[in-house]
Design a protein around this ligand. Structure first.
Ligand code: CTP
Ligand code: MG
Length: 227
């Protein structure tokens, strides 16, 4: 299915601690955001690439993305103070019908195959997210005292892209805004208005670059994918 993608890129990278937006950090001498944007710019099913960006990053973003293929598909939106608000601002530039994907700028190793599966499932069923089975044992704790071991076989580690029919995603954002609900992903907004969210198998390569050691993993994944 054809789709528009919103790539939130307006964070400040606090946990990375580089003193700048981490999306400008490089893997194999190329900024992270260039990898992420390129996958979508090259996809013939992708109509628009909408990038919410902070005003102080716009010039550098244009510089970094200026020489990419199909650069005319890029539209900049204003970044918000929270990721959810950045996505909401991006939604205003998206098509009213069809499918919208939301994909973190900080996940540069997303594959075209997962994107296409997500877009197709969302077109057919309304909402689909990429996720992988949790590998670690996860416990709940309070003040460093374990209160619960959560059964691992039902746990999924959620990634982006997350794909939705456009009217559903808009309704979910409007309802969250009305209720003052702040989620860490789009699917949580859709879940709370009672719509089913389907899982599509993601990939363990599809990491989010968050802390400094992720850059070492990213170099290794890049080499594997390039080689
Ligand atoms: N993002 C955004 N607007 C915000 C916050 C985050 O568009 N107000 C984007 C980031 O640029 C990133 C994605 O959302 O591509 C996922 O967020 P995260 O990994 O948390 O990035 P940062 O918020 O930049 O990092 P940190 O939370 O460590 O500050
Ligand atoms: Mg953040």
């Amino acid at each position: 299915a054809d789709y528009d993608v919103i790539i939130p890129a307006a964070g400040s990278g606090k946990r990375m601690g580089a003193g700048m937006n981490k999306l400008f950090l490089e893997v194999n001498k190329r900024p992270l955001i260039a990898y992420t944007a390129e996958v979508f710019l090259k996809d013939p099913h992708c109509r628009k690439v909408i990038l919410p960006v902070q005003p102080h990053d716009i010039e550098n973003m244009k510089h970094v993305l200026g020489n990419m293929p199909n650069v005319e598909k890029i539209f900049f939106a204003e970044g918000g103070s929270e990721r959810q608000y950045s996505v909401r601002n991006g939604l205003e530039l998206a098509e009213k019908g069809g499918v919208i994907l939301v994909h973190d700028g900080a996940r540069p190793f997303i594959s075209a195959k997962i994107i296409s599966e997500l877009a197709n499932v969302a077109a057919e069923k309304g909402a689909a997210i990429a996720a992988v089975p949790v590998k670690d044992t996860i416990k709940r704790a309070k003040n460093h005292i374990v209160t619960e071991t959560i059964e691992r076989s039902s746990l999924w580690q959620v990634q982006t892209p997350q794909a939705f029919r456009a009217p559903l995603l808009k309704q979910a954002h409007e309802t969250a805004e009305r209720d003052g609900f702040l989620g860490t992903d789009e699917a949580s907004l859709v879940e709370r208005i009672g719509h089913i969210v389907h899982i599509v198998m993601g990939s363990y390569d599809n990491i989010k670059i968050t802390t400094p050691e992720d850059l070492y993993f990213a170099e290794a994944i890049f080499k594997k994918l390039a080689g």
